[in-house]
Design a protein around this ligand. Structure first.
Ligand SMILES: [Zn+2]
Length: 403
């Protein structure tokens, strides 16, 4: 087990040991194909409360044979974030804005449409940069580290607004990232960070860890990251998007403002202990639920061949209860899921294979669309349930656990 990625502490507790699993998005052409397997373990720092994945997979293995590099097609909260930035009087249309992990430039483009003129992204993925270039968004290639930060400052000066959306949870070396932030942000400049909310997982029995996410933040541990970097928090909100996300706006005061706040650790420890205790019971309940469906003669499919559903099926040991995965993304169809080796089929398989129960594993924002598109499935007596919190379509036994 590594030292804590946030505070360097050595007093780490193992929360979940999921055993050995393949990489969640390494789809297979042939079920017999060999898979890279790794131990999935989640740990908790007793000193600062940071929740993190043990022994992350080397990037060259993890990011090989990627099928889907493009950013999410549907990001309903973007106008909300643009509005939050527009309300900040210290940011003008001429302020220098840097987005780290800017992907295909979609967010910077949204700011440009709002009148912001001085926008630059940093992005390692070539495909994404190409897409950004097509939009006219300036993007510097590479990963964000101290060297990149110095290079940026020499060429452009320090930024007035630093944005990082759905990036921090991937960062193995948080201290390097913090130092790079201190270099690149103007004292008094603003910081907008967006990360998945692990408190939702803790409270809603969501055990779908993902090997790409090595950090699992709550408002408190993200606030601790801010404090350690020299940032004071100005605003926080939760947004439902691909689960639940935290959006936090802060102001960079400088390294002299560094402090460590850990007064939340006792309360967080209780939540984590409960999450740990509930794991095997929850797994048993899901298996029993699916077994009951099978006994009632219903075939079961999972809709959405994503990383969260892949982890859900593998971690909970559900392959023997399921008929297939369904996915509308053509690139995934007729491949096989890692681990469970279940086939990935177009959604018409709902009818062709007489599926009785369809477990939705798509982003919550997209569930209604899937259900509407398959009104015929419902008419034939089919049932939709979700397996991804915070959906209101979770099966009855799951909802009862949340009361
Ligand atoms: Zn720590």
């Amino acid at each position: 087990m590594d030292d804590c990625r946030l505070c360097g502490g050595k007093d780490m507790e193992l929360v979940l040991d999921m055993g050995e699993h393949p990489i969640a998005h390494h789809y297979k052409e042939d079920p017999a194909q060999e898979e890279y397997r790794h131990i999935v373990g989640l740990s908790f720092c007793k000193q600062c409360g940071h929740i993190q994945l043990d022994d992350p997979i080397p990037a060259e293995i993890l990011y090989a044979n990627y099928i889907c590099l493009s950013s999410w097609k549907f990001q309903p909260h973007v106008p909300q974030l643009v509005n939050l930035i527009s309300r900040q009087t210290s940011v003008t249309k001429d302020s220098l804005v840097l987005e780290v992990g800017s992907n295909d430039g979609r967010f910077l483009k949204a700011l440009e449409e709002e009148g912001y003129r001085n926008l630059i992204g940093i992005e390692p993925a070539e495909d994404a940069r190409r897409s950004a270039a097509e939009k006219g968004v300036i993007t510097i290639p590479g990963f964000f580290d101290k060297q990149k930060a110095w290079g940026f400052v020499q060429e452009h000066g320090q930024c007035d607004l630093f944005i990082s959306r759905q990036v921090l949870e991937h960062i193995k070396d948080l201290n390097e990232f913090m130092e790079a932030m201190r270099i690149v942000i103007k004292p008094g400049g603003l910081v907008l960070i967006e990360v998945p909310n692990f408190m939702m997982n803790l409270e809603m029995f969501d055990y779908t860890l993902w090997e790409e996410h090595v950090n699992y933040f709550t408002f408190d541990t993200l606030n601790n990251f801010f404090s350690r970097t020299g940032i004071v928090e100005l605003h926080r909100e939760k947004v439902v998007f691909s689960g639940e996300i935290l959006v936090v706006l802060g102001q960079y005061i400088g390294p002299e403002a560094k402090e460590t706040k850990i007064d939340y650790v006792a309360a967080l420890t209780k939540k984590v202990e409960k999450y740990k205790r509930n794991w095997s019971d929850f797994r048993g309940r899901v298996q029993t639920y699916l077994l009951d469906q099978r006994k009632a003669g219903k075939k079961i499919a999972v809709y959405g061949a994503g990383s969260r559903t892949s982890s859900f099926v593998n971690f909970l040991g559900l392959k023997d209860y399921l008929d297939c995965f369904l996915d509308d993304q053509v690139e995934k169809q007729f491949k096989y899921m890692p681990g469970s080796q279940l086939p990935i089929l177009p959604s018409k398989a709902l009818y062709e294979r007489s599926i009785g129960v369809c477990l939705l594993g798509v982003n919550f924002e997209c569930e209604d669309k899937v259900v509407t598109n398959h009104a015929e499935f419902l008419r034939r007596g089919g049932e939709f349930y979700s397996i991804l919190p915070p959906s209101h379509r979770l099966p009855g036994f799951w909802k009862e656990l949340l009361v």
